[in-house]
Design a protein around this ligand. Structure first.
Ligand code: ADE
Length: 253
């Protein structure tokens, strides 16, 4: 797939593009990333991409013309159509967008072309938004611009592409089944008095699976009650939780 990032701060992407997961996806031919400098689409010696808002107020607003000319050029170059095109999606990064989730990452990873537009200043001229499919936020806080959000999205999509990760399985990760991931341990078996749970050293795969599922459930219920409330418990999960609440550790018969 191709990810095109429209930005007025192209320099912010240098080291990001050279990171190991992205580079691996690029080498495998699963991903290409292009950075488009919106300023190159602003005519005149000052290359103005912002202006003061109609109606007054503080701050500057990104102008329609450079953003939309950059977007049109990007679509033309990549053979993508506008909003509603099934193979491509245009996303404006904004704190006012819908929340970014692992589910969205999965859906973006199926596209041929993802266009990310980084907002800046106090916002964008409202006439730009209808040219995109959606606005997306990576969290309830305000960044200086959409560049970090574009990197978060590109990273989370790239690692889902075939061949990106050395260990191919992303299915047991946090969020993939609506739960947080269970705790992991490696050598040594005892470190400064803290021991690895006995069940993980038992070699009994079924016991280990049950223990991990139980830990995922307990962790999610404790730290992400919002996720837990949305999760529909299977019969086995309900049993594992009841067992934990009664003092068991998921390794019983
Ligand atoms: N731009 C500024 N803040 C943002 C956020 N939280 N998510 C996406 N884009 C942003």
């Amino acid at each position: 797939m191709k990810v095109s990032i429209l930005t007025m701060m192209p320099d912010l992407f240098g080291s990001f593009l050279n990171g190991p997961v992205l580079q691996r996806a690029v080498r495998k031919g699963a991903l290409s990333v292009e950075i488009i400098d919106i300023r190159e689409y602003a005519p005149g010696s000052f290359r103005h991409i912002d202006d003061s808002p109609f109606g007054g107020g503080a701050g500057m607003v990104m102008r329609c013309q450079p953003v939309l000319d950059a977007l049109r050029a990007c679509r033309k170059l990549n053979g993508s159509a506008g909003p509603g095109d099934p193979g491509s999606r245009t996303v404006i990064l904004s704190p006012a967008g819908t929340p970014y989730t692992q589910q969205k990452a999965r859906s973006y990873a199926k596209l041929d072309h993802l266009i990310l537009i980084c907002g800046h200043y106090e916002g964008m001229d409202a006439r730009i938004y209808p040219h995109a499919d959606e606005q997306v936020s990576i969290g309830d806080y305000v960044l200086t611009g959409g560049e970090l959000a574009a990197q978060v999205i590109t990273d989370s999509v790239a690692r889902l592409l075939p061949g990106s990760l050395r260990d191919a399985s992303t299915e047991e990760e946090s969020f993939e089944n609506g739960l947080l991931e269970y705790p992991q341990y490696t050598q040594p078996a005892v470190y400064e008095g803290a021991a690895v749970p006995e069940v993980l050293r038992s070699g009994d795969h079924e016991k280990i699976r049950r223990w991990r599922l139980q830990q995922s459930l307990l962790l999610t219920r404790r730290v992400r009650p919002d996720l837990f409330a949305r999760h529909v418990l299977t019969d086995e999960e309900r049993r594992l939780l009841e067992e934990a609440d009664a003092g068991g550790d998921g390794t019983g018969p």
